[in-house]
Ligand binder design. Structure first.
Ligand SMILES: Nc1nc2c(ncn2[C@@H]2O[C@H](COP(=O)(O)OP(=O)(O)OP(=O)(O)O)[C@@H](O)[C@H]2O)c(=O)[nH]1
Ligand SMILES: [Mg+2]
Length: 223
């Protein structure tokens, strides 16, 4: 059995369904935001689950918004800075509400806030997860999905071209399948981890993504 905990971090806009997604996968009971106030989740919440013998931590995070300098972003970065060396991030999820009718400028900035946290080198470990399929008819949902993937105005298009996957959380069990697909990803090495480990650590043979998690410096490992 692998001793290393694999970590998948769930991020996305406020109210996009991150906490509900984590609850469904890990059978947790984190409180979901029913109120219009939004921003319900204010701290990083870790849910333990497993796939076979492999322990997996699914990490729920506060919702991001168009402001690139928010408390939510700071909270997520602080969590990443403290992440133990026993934990290896195998993927980032970006939740997207497929019932959204428009790709707005502020939604684009929210996605940019996300990529500034995970780093462009980690895009091949990103799954953009569409949810809220119950709120759209299939035809509309599928047309929007095609636009998200192909349209020039889609702010996901570049990310998808750089390896991000666009996947659906539409039926019971699809969340677990999304998680399973991420487990084989090469672990993400944070910018600071790479610097600190240079010399001793060979990255398990993995190339170290230099731009990954740009700006996140980890000075000391914490167990
Ligand atoms: N109809 C429908 N509602 C959903 C779905 N997923 C989440 N919701 C609802 O959307 C609301 C927001 O869900 P949360 O899981 O709290 O969203 P969040 O992204 O964690 O929100 P913040 O923590 O505020 O950023 C809640 O009322 C959920 O019950 C879905 O697939 N379909
Ligand atoms: Mg939440």
């Amino acid at each position: 059995m692998s001793a290393t905990h694999k970590v998948v971090i769930v991020m996305g806009p406020i109210g996009s369904g991150k906490t509900q997604f984590v609850n469904e996968i890990a059978k947790t009971n984190f409180s979901t935001g029913e109120s219009l106030e939004g921003g319900h989740t204010t701290k990083v919440q870790i849910a333990d689950t497993s796939i076979g013998d492999q322990p997996v931590e699914v990490v729920d995070t506060p919702g991001l918004d168009a402001d690139n300098d928010t408390k939510a972003k700071e909270t997520i970065i602080q969590y990443l800075q403290k992440l133990s060396r026993q934990k290896s991030i195998v993927g980032f999820i970006y939740m997207y509400n497929i019932s959204e009718r428009r790709m707005t400028g502020s939604a684009k900035k929210t996605f940019e806030s996300f990529t500034s946290i995970c780093g462009t080198d980690a895009l091949s470990r990103v799954s953009i997860v569409t949810n809220m399929w119950d709120l759209v008819n299939n035809e509309d949902g599928e047309r929007r999905e095609r636009e998200l993937r192909d349209a020039d105005y889609s702010y996901f298009k570049d990310a998808i071209n750089q390896g991000a996957r666009l996947v659906r959380n539409d039926v019971k069990g699809s969340g677990m399948e999304i998680l399973r697909q991420m487990l084989d990803n090469q672990p993400v090495v944070l910018g600071g981890q790479a610097q600190h480990e240079s010399g001793g650590f060979n990255g398990g043979g993995l190339s170290v993504p230099r731009k990954c998690c740009a700006g996140i410096k980890i000075k000391f490992w914490r167990k």
